[in-house]
Design a protein. Structure first.
Length: 76
């Protein structure tokens, strides 16, 4: 997420031609966006971080259901 913010900031500064960013190549502006895509599409699935998040969410919902059944509250 920080790379996305950096990319957006660089794009705005380059487009507005503010300070030294006016002379900056567009390749440097696009680089953070390319890195974000590589991170989301290659690194996260490779490390299994997306499945880990899904598993944590599933376990949290499972705990909520179990607590609701134990306390005798009606199901929602």
């Amino acid at each position: 997420m920080p790379l996305l913010v950096v990319g957006l900031l660089l794009a705005v500064l380059k487009y507005a031609e503010i300070g030294p960013f006016a002379k900056l190549s567009w390749l440097w502006v696009v680089l953070p966006f390319v890195l974000v895509v590589i991170w989301w599409e290659v690194v996260v699935p490779l490390l299994g971080l997306d499945k880990k998040k899904e598993h944590e969410d599933f376990e949290r919902e499972k705990k909520k259901r179990m607590e609701a059944n134990r306390s005798g509250r009606p199901k929602m």
